[in-house]
Design a protein around this ligand. Structure first.
Ligand SMILES: [Zn+2]
Length: 69
């Protein structure tokens, strides 16, 4: 359902990867820990109301890079 960002199963969303290939900037990829559904969220590191944890993003980068090499 386009535009519906709510998760019907209410599972916890864990950041598993990131994507820098788009033109929207840094996109975080989350996976539901209950049903495994993947969702993508643009990282809003300058959003004072709901800032994403930039340390977590950097940690994901390092983990992804090290696992790809
Ligand atoms: Zn789910």
């Amino acid at each position: 359902m386009p535009g519906d960002r709510s998760n019907p199963c209410q599972g916890l969303m864990a950041a598993v990867d990131y994507d820098l290939t788009g033109h929207k900037g840094l996109v975080l990829i989350f996976r539901c820990t209950q049903c495994g559904e993947l969702t993508r969220n643009i990282a809003l590191t300058d959003d004072v109301h709901a800032p994403d944890d930039y340390d977590l993003i950097l940690a994901l980068k390092q983990k992804t890079q090290s696992s790809k090499r």
